[in-house]
Design a protein around this ligand. Structure first.
Ligand code: CFM
Length: 590
């Protein structure tokens, strides 16, 4: 169980899951109800992506496949995963989107990957939005010249250390060679310039963009500076993007313990930090989905081992700190870690207990990304709440079922589209961080490297696991489970809240956060209490409790009272309207 108490607390079952106060429906019946509306072909596909969980032997789930046309998905595009998620947060390089202005505009500060200038790294370009602003003419005649000019212009203005160029859909369709333009610009300007073929359509979701970004960061940045930081116990935190300040919370906690972060990929990070991250001694992977490629490549080329950890939830934070301590195997460090855990838990415990009184037995559902739908279940568990249904938008089978299924994942045409780069041990710089004996001793003591077990083993039996949920399934889920809160994103938020259920956005945190480490956990518990225990939800009547709305029958010749009322108001306004004399147009200037 958790650090909350050593004896199983009241309100938890023998397996350690919170006991919900509401009676839950039978998950197979809910599943059947969700699927029954679909045409045969759609049903066949969706039933593989919508399962009743079994933590002992997680069933095979359909994941990382194309969304069925017509289904409203929450997914993003490959460009979003590359430019927006993995590389966008590097704050002192210029990010130029080669494409129509919208792609750049909608990736401008919309993800809350915060960065603040530091005394030794005062530059922060994140508030800028740079694009080649392709027009029809460029689509017809090619955009390479425009891109070259944009790079020169941006360089002249900002003199950055590096420039990254991102291709959008039309660029791939017309065949602009962004890589050749980048190579030429690099030779001309003498700074690091590289491009990404991360056209939106390249994969089935943003997940493809993560992979493309990992490849590019590894090829063009990692390993350029071999000077290690001076501090002891050096780690990289991988797959942490500082949304709402999460990385800062983790950084502060690690610092208290005496652990040094060489680089956080890629939350509030500088170019310089990335170039030397291969000199660190351990990669601690938080979001497995977005950055497992980097962890693997760094291990093969430089000998940096990786472990999976999680700083979301108090129990998980303690577990992760202890795991890092065990890896370095230093008495002073492990003692210090225990001291910090004791201190932090002493401060958190009263908050946790107070919030548990108000939240125990409530239920949650989560549909988000490729990592948080799993990690946040721990925060709910901390305060006695059960996750009754969860799913990712774009994760792969290993994020659901664990990495043990990796060899059995079939590579389809969509995945084959993404380059797998061949990596070998670096002749000079590969250095294993542990001797084979040390590794054996660690493994014998139950220490696992590369050990992500996925989400399903930690979810209660018969809870629902839904990949790439549709709006229809979400509505059914609310109707049948009536969860006390749903965590999702902007595309669902207001649909969910109109159905009378509070919705916490787990991408942007609804402008809240941070939610990592112990201090972040306290923030999250309080946020849950604020959202769930407000009386406002009782004032709403969900649609299925209302009498049938005749407006739905529009087109069948039934007069809707709403439409009639609107027509009368408009007719009244039209009647009252009198043409006014137009003001004289101003004289044209010039
Ligand atoms: Fe990893 Fe993320 Fe996530 Fe992700 Fe994302 Fe995000 Fe996310 Mo939004 S990298 S997979 S592509 S933890 S932007 S910080 S919240 S969907 S669950």
């Amino acid at each position: 169980m958790s650090d909350i108490s050593n004896t199983p607390p009241e309100g938890f079952d023998s397996e350690g899951y919170p006991i919900p106060t509401a009676t839950l429906p039978e998950s197979e019946a809910v599943r059947a109800e969700m699927l029954k509306i679909y045409p045969a072909k759609t049903k066949k596909k969706r039933e593989k992506q919508l399962l009743a969980n079994n933590p002992e032997t997680p069933p095979e789930i359909g994941a990382n496949t194309r969304t069925i046309p017509g289904i409203i998905t929450q997914r993003g595009c490959t460009y979003a995963g590359c430019r927006g998620v993995v590389i966008g947060p590097i704050h002192d390089i210029l990010h130029i989107t080669h494409g129509p202005v919208g792609c750049s505009y909608y990736s401008w500060l919309t993800r809350r990957n915060l960065a603040r200038p530091k005394p030794n790294q005062p530059i922060n370009f994140l508030q800028y939005c740079m694009t080649t602003d392709m027009q029809e003419e460029d689509i017809v005649f090619g955009g390479e010249k425009k891109l070259a000019a944009a790079i020169r212009e941006a360089y002249a203005m900002f003199k950055p250390k590096a420039i990254a160029v991102y291709s959008t859909c039309p660029v791939g369709l017309i065949g602009d060679d962004v890589h050749a333009v980048c190579r030429q610009a690099k030779a001309e300007l003498g700074i690091n310039i590289f491009g990404f073929s991360c056209e939106g359509y390249k994969g089935v979701s943003q997940s493809a963009g993560h992979h493309i970004a990992n490849n590019g960061v590894f090829k063009h940045m990692v390993g350029l500076n071999d000077e290690p930081d001076k501090e002891k116990f050096r780690i990289n935190v991988l797959g942490e993007y500082n949304i709402g300040g999460d990385a800062w919370e983790i950084d502060t906690l690690l610092k208290k313990c005496g652990i040094h972060v060489t680089a956080t990929l890629s939350g509030d990070i500088s170019y310089e930090q990335i170039t030397k991250c291969h000199t660190s001694d351990l990669n601690v992977v938080l979001c497995h989905r977005s950055i497992n490629y980097m962890a693997e490549m760094m291990e093969i080329k430089f000998g940096v081992p990786w472990i999976k950890a999680n700083f979301t939830g108090a129990e998980q934070t303690s577990k992760s700190l202890r795991k890092i301590g065990k890896y370095f195997d230093d008495k002073q460090l492990t003692d210090r870690i225990e001291e910090v855990i004791a201190q932090e838990m002493a401060a958190l415990k009263p908050v946790q207990e107070e919030m548990r009184k108000r939240l125990q037995g409530k239920t949650a559902a989560m549909f988000v990304g490729g990592s948080r739908a799993h990690h946040y279940q721990h925060l709910f568990k901390d305060v006695g709440m059960l996750t009754v249904a969860a799913g990712y938008e774009f994760a792969h089978r290993d994020d659901y079922e664990g990495r043990k299924v990796l060899p059995s994942i079939k590579i389809d045409a969509d995945s084959r589209n993404i380059e797998e780069i061949e990596v070998e041990a670096d002749a000079k710089r590969f250095s294993p961080r542990k001797t084979p004996e040390q590794l054996e001793a660690l493994k014998a003591g139950g220490f696992n490297f590369k050990d992500y077990d996925g989400m399903m083993v930690e979810m209660k039996k018969s809870t629902l696991v839904i990949d790439d949920i549709s709006h229809h399934e979400m509505e059914k889920l609310i109707e049948l489970y009536k969860p006390d809160i749903i965590c999702s994103g902007i595309k669902d938020k207001f649909v969910i809240e109109k159905l009378g259920v509070p919705c916490k956005q787990l991408h942007s945190y609804d402008y809240g956060g941070p939610y990592t480490a112990y201090t972040g956990a306290a923030n999250f518990y309080k946020e849950l209490d604020r959202m769930i225990n407000t009386k406002v939800w009782k004032l709403l009547t969900p649609s299925w409790k209302k009498p049938a709305d005749p407006t739905i029958a529009m087109g069948k010749g039934i007069e809707s009272p709403t439409n009639k009322a609107i027509r009368e108001v408009v007719a009244g306004m039209a009647k009252a309207w009198k043409p006014q004399k137009a003001a004289a147009a101003p004289e044209a200037e010039g």
